[in-house]
Design a protein around this ligand. Sequence first.
Ligand code: GLA
Length: 381
Amino acid sequence: MNLIIQEAKQTYINTFKNEPILVFSPGRINIIGEHTDYNGGFVFPAAVDLGIVVAIGKSNTNKSNAIALDINSNITFDLNNLKPSKEASWVNYVFGVIAELQKEKKHLDNFNIVVKGNIPAGSGMSSSAALENGFVFGLNELFSLGLSKTEMIFISQKAEHNFVGVKCGIMDQYASMFGVKNNVLLLDCKTIKAKSYEIDFKNHQFVLINTNVKHSLADSAYNDRRAACEKVAKLLNVTTLREVTEKDLQKIEAVITPENYQKALYVIQEIERTQKAAKAIENNDLEELGKLIYASHNGLQNQYKVSCKELDFLVDHAKKDNNVLGARMMGGGFGGCTINLIENNGTAPFIATISKAYKKEFNKDCTVYFVKLATGTHLVE
Ligand code: GLA
């Protein structure tokens, strides 16, 4: 992490000739509770030790500048004339945050930022939320906007809805902003209150395996899923599927499509699984936790239909290994990582076999990550 901080800072100083404020904003993993956040349900994420550094300071010209070091992209813009960019899509997260702050009548002057990250692109560890949060946090410091962390995550989320066009829930922004070292957060997305659970399994760990694929149309498929859930909720006269049970859903089975029935059923069941997962962690019952994780994947694959052949292959392969207690796709889906709960001693042989099998099947490499659970968005002193 120190390396990316140094690089962002040095580039900032060399380019803009003054000292920046430095913010580190982490990515996240999610143990279980997928596609439940925008349904008012529970999620179980944690911030990780990979993330994005934002170096930010005031500009003494009448323009603002943004540099993304990872992709070598450099943009100069006018705060009062922001339009979504087709060429540099990353900048839409920045513009989106500015636009939302302007809607809230927060006064911004011109600024410069340099962004540098180490979250693998397309891994489903939420580099977008890390960037939005890091940026809004930096602006809040720089211009003394007086925003609370909760207000900031909603600015980040709205930026993504309105400028990027993904109608995401609040999980990623919450986990990235409020992460607690060594803890996972059971977040109730209805009340936006979380309970933290320290993770110190003696003989097991979470390991991520990246398929290294990101299928196009993932964003529109995401928005379609959300719209389908909202449609079912409306028919049931509730605002979110969190409010209903399987029994309630059965009552309208005849008037919705079988596809939407399965999607809503998945959501209701996944919300329940997430609460059970918290109990399993409390009881140190990792076998049970693993079963819930496998069941989550099954629902995402067959009911909610947001998986893909590469993710399914990794999960099916994990099932053959007794050292793996649970595995599932993580995040929005259609690519990115699986999260695997593995016995420590079995981890190396499992990785060796699965990497080989993946290469043979898809003629490409998967990538393995070991992450630590880390603190949320913060200033770097
Ligand atoms: C993406 C969204 C989140 C959440 C997950 C699926 O990461 O940004 O809000 O909906 O997908 O659980």
